[in-house]
Design a binder for this molecule. Structure first.
Ligand code: SIN
Length: 189
């Protein structure tokens, strides 16, 4: 599968018939909401785990030296907290462009973090069959990779550090993200 998913997402999942819909963000979409939204709410998705296993050619790295960013991996029993946004379908012009480096949209169910209410919505997942996928590495290796990477959106370290900070603000402990953060802080000082 090509790593540019703009056309695939448009073709496989037309959204224009909807008045509004929910989007679940678990990576940069938590802390960088550079799009208009009607409302937002901290949320959690079940059966998925956040992992820094996706390469970034266009934001936190380059095609020659990709950075490492978050994707979701299906793991029975796992959970992943993030931020849900209610948006109008036209916002996906921007979102599909922003998430074009391997991310496909899926409809799934997620719940509010603070109350037992579920909604259906869209999540962007970069699966193992996309060309930018990097796959597993130890948290120390991921931190080293992040420490040396940068792209048009800035240093890769900023992506990781801002994500860790926003998870803390949500009251969430993500062992994978926090372990990479600890290794990264050692490398940056
Ligand atoms: C997301 O945040 O939901 C997708 C991955 C990213 O843009 O960092």
């Amino acid at each position: 599968m090509s790593h540019n998913t703009i056309a695939l997402n448009k073709e496989k999942q037309p959204l224009d018939h909807l008045e509004s819909l929910w989007l679940f963000g678990y990576g940069s979409l938590i802390y960088k909401a550079d799009f208009p939204y009607l409302q937002r709410h901290p949320a959690v998705i079940q059966g998925w785990q956040r992992r820094f296993w996706q390469g970034s050619h266009d934001h936190r790295g380059t095609p020659e030296a990709p950075g490492r960013v978050a994707t979701l991996i299906e793991v029975p029993g796992a959970r992943c907290a993030g931020m849900a946004y209610e948006v109008t379908p036209d916002v996906f012009e921007h979102l599909d462009h922003r998430e074009k480096n391997g991310y496909l949209r899926f409809f799934t169910e997620f719940a509010w973090l603070d109350k037992p209410q579920t909604v259906e919505g869209v999540v962007y997942v970069a699966g193992p069959d996309n060309e930018a996928y990097l796959g597993p590495a130890s948290e120390a290796e991921i931190a080293e990779h992040i420490a040396r990477s940068r792209g048009p959106s800035g240093p890769n370290s900023e992506y990781l550090l801002k994500l860790a900070e926003s998870l803390r603000e949500l009251g969430e402990h993500d062992a994978h993200v926090f372990a990479i953060e600890a290794e990264l802080k050692k490398l940056l000082t």
